[in-house]
Design a protein around this ligand. Structure first.
Ligand code: HAM
Length: 477
């Protein structure tokens, strides 16, 4: 039978790769949490109209790249091409602005869908991690989200990021600039591509990022936004540049940067990183301020600013640069049950050891020792616990160090302690005592003392909240 491949432009995330995505997401989440952002997850499909109104009818994303379909109730729906419109819809529908302090600080992640031509770093289903800060007009809100992105990239190990910034101007400048573009393009309308004719009517700014060669030439000679920015816009741009530089970021003011979504106004930005190989994966992230999006989607007059990273692009680069080498999970042990009778005993020993937080597997079928050890090795296990029918009869387990190949026999009633000792585990895995030797808890306590020198027996723990069961400690507290 013919094999069914994955749809064009999609990819499976297999084990370590899935783990790497998880890790990248977690690092971003941790930094966002430090910045006071909370999670908000929205559906992966929404009413088509949300993106037409939100992202913009004139954008390539809405005109050419959306996965649009009718559901069984004849509603026109779309797979989300990006996360901002859905977050704003949710804020409005749930009136989050009325019940929370402003700005709302929210983060999200998940798959996005764009019917693009697949190429290096570009997929039809890809993943984003993004944040939105909604409800403040302060330039500090812009600075905060850019700094959050910068710190996330640093935390992931990106050490030479370039942040490209520009301003599309707030209202006044945008209206004037739009008018200037219309004046400029009016006599050229007979020569521009059919798409640009539509863009001219809907949003002439989009004509500037047309990829058709002849139109690129027109775009080069078009009026520049810089000539229309107000003093306030220019001050904002300078503030962002100087403040980011103060934090050690490499910043380039790129007046040609326009971004591909219609909701932007004011500050816009993109993050770039060129790996040692020189491969061009495209921008690793981008974002900006949007002043009318909330109102355009039927909400109150609130402004927002946000960004999104492309996780595929982050992943490709980090992998290429060897910055994900610590991700592969390693098992601690493998329990080998040899012979039908031993299987249940092997499984039950494994289950007990798992409750101590030890990672491992066991075989369900008979295989040669050679192939079982090979599996154990490929999973990174340090020990194999062998239980044959002979061991079962004598109530012992053979413990083999897979590095040195040394082997020793341990009695059934001592095996759990023995293994825990090998892995430096004195207590149940719920124990939160951070004392390496668990001296204060004897391996089974609720001690939450995080002191490096936590030796409650020596009366040195000064944490009044320590609930260590050690008697002396109790007396002292
Ligand atoms: P965007 O620039 O369209 O912005 O996408 C953000 C990032 O998603 C890009 O920089 C890129 O890394 C990644 N990306 C985009 N398309 C693809 C693709 N086809 N394959 C792989 N990666 C891709 C937005 O989506 C805005 N919603 C960001 C934002 C949030 N602005 C304000 N708030």
């Amino acid at each position: 039978m013919a094999i069914i491949g994955s749809p064009k432009g999609t990819h499976d995330l297999i084990t370590d790769e899935a783990r790497a995505y998880d890790y990248i997401n977690k690092v971003c989440e941790e930094v966002a949490t430090i910045y006071g952002f909370d999670p908000l997850l929205t559906p992966i499909f929404e009413a088509n109209e949300l993106f037409a109104r939100g992202v913009g009818d004139a954008t390539d994303i809405v005109r050419k790249e959306m996965y649009v379909f009718k559901d069984k109730g004849n509603r026109l729906m779309a797979l989300r091409p990006e996360g901002t419109a859905g977050v704003i819809r949710s804020i409005i529908a749930n009136k989050l602005y009325a019940t929370n302090d402003l700005p709302l600080r929210l983060y999200y992640s998940g798959p996005m869908f764009r019917y693009e031509r697949p190429q290096l770093g570009r997929y039809r289903q890809f993943h984003q991690f993004g944040v939105e800060s909604v409800g403040s007009t302060s330039i500090l809100a812009d600075f905060e989200v850019i700094l959050l992105a910068f710190h996330s990239l640093q935390a992931l190990g990106f050490d030479d990021i370039t942040i490209k910034i520009n301003s599309l101007g707030r209202n006044e400048a945008r209206v004037a600039y739009r008018e200037a573009l219309k004046q400029y393009y009016k006599p050229l309308l007979g020569k521009v591509c059919p798409d640009c004719k539509v863009r001219y009517e809907q949003n002439p700014l989009r004509m500037l990022d047309c990829k058709v060669e002849s139109d690129v030439k027109f775009a080069k000679s078009a009026p520049k936004i810089t000539d229309y920015l107000t003093t306030e816009d220019k001050d904002d741009l300078a503030f962002i540049r100087d403040s980011l530089e103060n934090y050690g970021a490499k910043v380039v003011v790129d007046y040609g940067l326009v971004r591909g979504l219609d909701y932007y106004s004011g500050i816009i930005f993109e993050f770039e990183y060129v790996p040692t190989s020189g491969k061009d994966y495209g921008a690793i992230g981008g974002g900006g301020r949007y002043d009318k999006l909330v109102e355009d989607l039927g909400g109150p007059p609130l402004e927002g600013v946000g960004f999104a990273f492309g996780l595929e692009r982050l992943h490709h680069i980090l992998k290429e640069e060897g910055k994900l080498d610590h991700i592969p999970m390693k098992d601690d042990l493998m329990i080998v049950g040899m012979g039908e009778k031993t299987r249940t005993a092997a499984f039950s020993l494994l289950t007990t050891l798992r409750t101590y937080g030890l990672r491992g597997t066991t075989n369900f079928d008979d295989k040669s020792f050679k192939s079982i050890f090979k599996i154990a090795e490929s999973r990174g296990a340090r020990y194999a616990l062998i239980l044959g029918e002979n061991e079962l009869e004598r109530e012992v387990v053979s413990v083999r160090n897979l590095e040195t190949q040394e082997q020793t026999e341990v009695a059934f009633d001592e095996i759990v302690d023995y293994i825990c000792h090998l892995f430096g585990i004195r207590g149940h895995h719920d124990c939160r005592c951070h004392d390496e030797d668990h001296e204060c808890c004897d391996g089974d306590c609720d001690c939450e003392c995080h002191g490096d020198d936590c030796e409650c027996e020596a009366d040195e723990c000064h944490d009044p909240d320590c609930t260590c069961k050690n008697d002396k400690k109790k007396e002292k507290v």
